[in-house]
Design a protein around this ligand. Structure first.
Ligand SMILES: CC(C)(COP(=O)(O)OP(=O)(O)OC[C@H]1O[C@@H](n2cnc3c(N)ncnc32)[C@H](O)[C@@H]1OP(=O)(O)O)[C@@H](O)C(=O)NCCC(=O)NCCS
Length: 191
């Protein structure tokens, strides 16, 4: 079983069927907070929806099309960090994430994105990693900025959130930039 420690007592694993209940409970507890920025929340109404997400994620991993990991903090489910489908033709991918509200403010998602960005460049040998955040989602935008991603621009009305089209900020990191940023730093690999 794959398990990657990203902070003291915090690790990533692939999500499995047996995790569906705790993941759904976490979504239920934070529904109001999550739905502000994540369009899928209203569509996730039962454990079956989480199960479908888990199975799609495992299939994606098995097909070498990316990965989605659960985040576990002190043995408790804390959120997810994962990739969209890898674009192998152009050697690029987009990272997405969410965190249960009680685990905010500890650098957990920053650490998860750092590990996934490193994996994308060092293991998958991709050239470009993107992070998209709705304009106004300051906590989310802070993550690529903290990791040294470059702001590229705005996708006008790039997301439909709660019945309203909102603009999307696009951040990117290129393989060469990551290598230069890494010099002198240690980043865990081995997802
Ligand atoms: C976006 C979201 C993941 C951000 O969570 P977060 O806890 O702010 O992000 P991190 O886990 O990386 O933690 C960063 C915070 O921890 C602090 N921190 C503490 N130790 C840290 C460390 N070692 N490294 C980095 N940051 C650290 C940072 O200062 C920052 O706090 P601040 O915002 O008060 O300055 C979360 O708010 C969320 O899930 N929101 C709802 C869903 C969502 O918006 N998803 C993203 C859609 S694009």
């Amino acid at each position: 079983m794959f398990r990657l420690t990203i902070q003291d007592g915090v690790y990533l694993t692939l999500m499995e069927d047996r995790h569906a209940d705790v993941i759904f409970d976490a979504v239920e507890r934070d529904r109001a907070y999550l739905r502000e920025w994540l369009p899928w929340v209203d569509l996730s109404t039962g454990v079956d929806d989480v199960m479908k997400f888990i199975r799609r994620s495992l299939e994606q991993f098995a097909n070498n099309e990316g990965l989605a990991a659960g985040i576990w903090c002190g043995g408790e489910f804390a959120g997810t960090v994962g990739t969209h489908k890898i674009d192998w033709v152009n050697r690029k991918v987009e990272i997405g994430y969410w965190l249960a509200s009680k685990f905010q403010g500890r650098g957990i998602i920053t650490a998860g994105c750092r590990a996934l960005t490193h994996h994308a460049f060092s293991e998958w040998k991709l050239n470009r990693v993107e992070i998209h955040c709705a304009v106004g989602n300051e906590k989310s935008c802070a993550i690529p900025k903290r990791l040294g991603y470059q702001f590229e621009g705005v996708l006008r009305e790039g997301q439909l959130l709660n019945g309203k089209y909102v603009d999307t900020d696009v951040y990117s990191m290129l393989a060469g930039e990551w290598q230069r940023a890494l010099k002198g730093q240690h980043v865990e690999s081995g997802l």
